[in-house]
Design a protein around this ligand. Sequence first.
Ligand SMILES: [Mg+2]
Length: 312
Amino acid sequence: VDEFELIQKLTADLPKQEHLLVGPGDDCAVLDLGIPGKQLLFKTDAVVEGIHFDATADPEQIGHKAIARPLSDVAAMGGTPISCVVTLGLPPGFDPDKIEKIYGGLKNTAARFQVSVAGGEITTNPGQIFINVALIGTIDCGRVLTRQGAEAGDGIFVTGELGGSISGHHLSFKPRLDEGRWLAANFPIRSMIDLSDGLSGDLPRLLREGLGAEILARAVPISREAKLRSRQTLTEKTPLLAALTDGEDFELLFLLPRGHSVALLDGWKKQFPDVRLSCIGTVVAREGIRIKDQDRSWTLKPNGYVHFKKPQ
Ligand SMILES: [Mg+2]
């Protein structure tokens, strides 16, 4: 049983009350608790030593990442984060100074995004440090951006630059909360997700059966780190492949109906002059993700495996 099959089994028959509007399978759950004009976003996320951060990582950055990840999910729905609770799992013989610094990093980021830390707990964990953050946020009724709704012809947009996050971005990224809210408030965004598993893993999550995508290789915003790592031959990936398949970019990926691109790109430049926004391709009525690179075209697989095809 792989992780996907397990999730399917566990979520097959979940208890559900009328207040649950969006359940498992999106960036956050959405609840209607009868607050006038508002819906509630609900999210939990854990980082584990050895998986999401190295034991040698800067402790304040570890704390930052632990809360920035669920903040990024709130951003991906177009919402505003409100409050969180934090569970720490600590191995026997932990270093109290280090834990204080981790918590300090978490508190700084919470304060920076006007989030209250409302409590939590500490438990013992035999192996490594883990930090779980459960977060609530709000969104105006009718404004929530889910992963549903893609249509053929939609433009595919991505914020920032992609690839090479392992060099440090994954510990220091800024969740795109202002950007997500601005997009939800000003444009008829069809659907949105934050990039945690790479474009190759996350773009298919926006595409229902019968839909695919055409991506223009030259439009993909490749990060400096992806280019550097490729040059230093630390990896066999080309910079483009790194940008398409590396995880933990935490940028926003979204779809916009045809005809709004110029207004979006103009408005964006004024609103967020320091953040790149790229239109990288189009949703098409043919399954699969095809990368158009000069005179050839490839199919990008969800796991990042690339199958080369003859030029079309
Ligand atoms: Mg997400």
